[in-house]
Design a protein. Structure first.
Length: 126
């Protein structure tokens, strides 16, 4: 059996944050959900059973939490900040897939949320 690719995922992270274009969003905030999948070289961790050979998901969560606390107008901006922070904190990260959803967006629509989905390749690994 040959190992090809591994991922660390955090799904359904929920935050109350103050992102948005409308002034009221910066005052009262809103609820957000983040799904994050990071491609990472996990081959060594498969046999070593050592946390230093993998991406620590508690550290990854703390990073997302920190970025969600910084208000931005656009979900795209928050997403870009999270991706940059992941690459900086975890230089071995190969790729990042992130979905950031604003739950109950203030646009008068009956929907579960408005989302931004991004996919990054860490080209610093080449």
């Amino acid at each position: 059996m040959k190992f090809e690719q591994g991922y660390i995922s955090l799904r359904g992270m929920r935050f109350h944050a103050f992102h948005g274009v409308l002034p009221q969003e910066r005052v009262v905030g809103g609820d957000y959900e983040v799904d994050l999948r990071v491609g990472y070289p996990l081959a060594k961790a498969l046999t070593s059973d050592q946390v230093e050979d993998t991406l620590n998901y508690a550290s990854l969560y703390s990073l997302v939490e920190r970025e969600m606390k910084q208000p931005s107008s656009l979900l795209e901006h928050v997403s870009g900040r999270i991706a940059e922070a992941v690459c900086k904190a975890f230089p071995k990260a190969l790729s990042i897939d992130l979905t950031l959803t604003k739950l109950n967006p203030p646009m008068g629509a009956d929907c579960d949320g408005a989302s931004v989905e991004i996919h990054f390749i860490n080209d610093n690994n080449n």
